[in-house]
Design a binder for this molecule. Sequence first.
Ligand code: AMP
Length: 278
Amino acid sequence: MAAMTVTRDLTSLRASRAAMRGRVALVPTMGALHAGHIALVAAARAVADRVVASIFVNPLQFNAASDLARYPRTEEADLAMLAAAGCDLAWVPAPEAMYAPDRATAVTVGGPAERFEGAARPGHFGGVATVCTKLFLQARADVAVFGEKDWQQLQVIRRVVRDLDIPIAILPVPTVREDDGLALSSRNRFLMAAERTTAPLLAREGFATASAIAAGADATAVLGAAMARLAQAGFGVEYLALVAAETMQPLDRATEPARLVAAARLGSVRLLDNWLVA
Ligand code: AMP
């Protein structure tokens, strides 16, 4: 296997990209990599001849400066994990390489970006859409790989790509979980020991509620009961909602392809998860 190249400026990224033959896959990340990210690299390798992974903690998508400041940065370990996973090129731009001080252009998204994370984190999806559009154009990849862990983000990216005619396919990868069900996340390391013990309850309630709704239970009733149990266990539930899988519009009943989406605080950590309703 050839050694992985690490590029930090756009000129050398473009040169490396131009030398690549065949189908190129892009895996956008913010670093602090875990097995969920590596599953994306594996999926990328399965569909492409060359894999580019980006590591960029995008200031535009953080609505709280404190969250940006404490976001974990583990670049050395990240690069080792990417190389071991068979990534060909790591694109690791500094913020100055990504954003000109006088930049005046951004991507804004309505529709699937409006509710849930979009409402809880003003500006977040605009920041995600802007950076992903730039990454797609910088890497000129044929396919970009995203985790279902961030379900709403996946729908937002699909809409951006469709609406702006960006010639890239979007490949979703199922959420990678700990054995106890907790979805892997770079922020899980901030859970205190007692919180870590409680955390898998979110996934347990999510899976159980999703299958109850799929089996015909009254959604309002089972969602209310699950939220009450989570609150009792110490979660600050922001939402646990049944939505149309693509548009993210709230649903009363799973009459079309549907997803259960959740955000809940546990201590200082905001956990995000979602489940198929089928
Ligand atoms: P992040 O570095 O958190 O911005 O995530 C980068 C990519 O990894 C996104 O497409 C996420 O959806 C994906 N991802 C994060 N956690 C997981 C997970 N547990 N399983 C699958 N994909 C994930």
